[in-house]
Design a protein around this ligand. Structure first.
Ligand SMILES: C[C@H](O)[C@H](O)[C@@H](O)C(=O)CO
Ligand SMILES: [Mn+2]
Length: 420
């Protein structure tokens, strides 16, 4: 290891030790945290099953940076490249439309075998897999409704797709020896003010009851439900709102998924963990960055990301929280997007672990808000960067912005040689 990196680390360690923070232990803890990296950043949420379908469901990717993956092999190569620049062992989050098969198969007929190549690859790479039914970009979701559709046959199709998805998730978990989180998100909603807000929610509840009827081994698969405030074309009303899924998740012991872009612009998910954690068995996060709307920008180390890290660490919620990423930016190098977003999420957790949590809580209990504020502010300039550099070097991944040259090289040799 570079001597300067080691020296900086030793100095930083001493500074943190003065506040009772054992940095070696912090790094061990950080190494145990898996981030679920979403495959859909690699190809602008196109997938491989229905490549002629436009992206729908009220979400959108902008930008036409060259080099998007066109095949499962390309996507896996890009993911491998990204993981080679991210410390630790993690998970990949797949959507159903990313099935790797030559068969013409519809969503309700999907089986674990259609994902065998992903499983074999994940085994070889030492990665876990998470899963999502794809309830959008399909002929049967054209009018904006899926699980809550008023047409029984269409609803049946989506129920069967979600059931099939849970079985695929359970297969991932069993094969890889790591629990798979299967997350249900549906875009269902109305552009304009509905006459009946209740009926679609009742249908969604009943559909979910059917989807989840079969008990699966929780060591293999855990179910999550993801809410949303509004989407493109569902501005007035979304069936699966936060209250809907909070109620459903608590009543039915499902993980509640909080996506950072799915609330009012000034409403932060970090403020919700400590409340929900008192009532739920677990949380799933979609770490994202909304800009003015649910824009799914690459996550940067902004106040909310730091607070997400803090709330997880300070409230001891890391064991019950599954951390996933959810952004899709087609205007920059897509491998770089993964690297930036994932490393930032790890850095936010590291920074949170390097704060004097006990001292801050004690000051607060004693009503000494001056100390609370003073320590909080002074720790902002403590040398967490030296610890991060050491962690990267020790993990055998590029230190600081060194990874960028590797991405540029990959872009030149691989990505730019791909057609559109
Ligand atoms: C592609 C994802 O499933 C999707 O982004 C969903 O999680 C979401 O956040 C929709 O806004
Ligand atoms: Mn999401």
């Amino acid at each position: 290891m570079d001597q300067q990196i080691a020296q900086n680390y030793e100095q930083a360690k001493q500074m943190y030790a003065q506040h009772g923070i054992d940095v070696d232990k912090v790094l061990e803890r950080l190494a145990g945290i898996k981030i679920s990296m979403h495959c859909w950043q690699g190809d602008d949420v196109r997938g491989f099953l229905f490549r002629d379908q436009d992206l729908s469901g009220g979400i959108s990717v902008t930008g036409n940076y060259p080099g998007a993956a066109r095949t499962p092999e390309e996507l896996r190569a890009d993911l491998e490249k990204a993981f080679s620049m991210i410390p630790g062992k993690h998970k990949v989050n797949l959507h159903a439309i990313y099935a790797d098969t030559d068969e013409k198969v519809d969503l309700d007929q999907l089986e674990p075998k259609h994902f065998q190549k992903w499983v074999d690859w994940a085994k070889e790479q030492g990665l876990g897999l998470d899963f999502n039914p794809t309830c959008f970009s399909h002929d049967k979701s054209k009018d904006g409704f899926t699980l809550s559709h008023s047409d029984t046959e269409i609803r049946r199709f989506w129920i069967d797709h979600c059931k099939a998805s849970r079985k695929i998730g359970a297969y991932f978990g069993e094969q890889l020896g790591q629990t798979c989180v299967t997350n249900v998100w549906v875009p269902d909603g109305y552009k304009d003010v509905p006459a009946d807000r209740m009926a679609p929610r009742r249908r969604l509840k009943e559909a979910l009851d059917e989807v989840f009827a079969e008990e699966l081994n929780p060591e293999h698969n855990l179910d999550a439900v993801e809410s949303k405030l509004f989407g493109l074309g569902s501005e007035a009303y979304v069936v699966g709102s936060h209250e809907f899924y909070m109620g459903y998740g608590i009543q039915n012991n499902k993980l509640i998924c909080l996506d950072a872009g799915h609330f009012h612009p000034t409403e932060m998910i970090s403020n919700k963990f400590s409340a929900l954690a008192l009532f739920t068995s677990g949380l799933l996060l979609h770490v994202s960055r909304p800009m003015r709307w649910d824009s799914d920008h690459v996550v940067v180390m902004d106040d909310e990301l730091l607070d997400i890290g803090r709330e997880l660490v300070r409230n001891d919620l890391l064991d019950m929280t599954h951390i996933g990423l959810d952004f899709f930016d087609g205007s920059i190098n897509r491998v770089a997007a993964w690297v930036i977003g994932t490393r930032n999420t790890q850095k936010a957790l590291l920074r949170a672990m390097l704060e004097p949590v006990e001292a801050l809580k004690q000051a607060e209990l004693e009503g000494d808000y001056t100390t609370r504020l003073a320590l909080t502010e002074e720790f902002k300039t403590y040398p967490f960067g030296a610890v991060w550099d050491y962690y990267c070097a020790k993990s055998g991944v590029p230190v600081r912005e060194q990874w960028l040259a590797e991405v540029k090289e990959y872009e030149k040799n691989v990505l730019l040689k791909r057609g559109q």
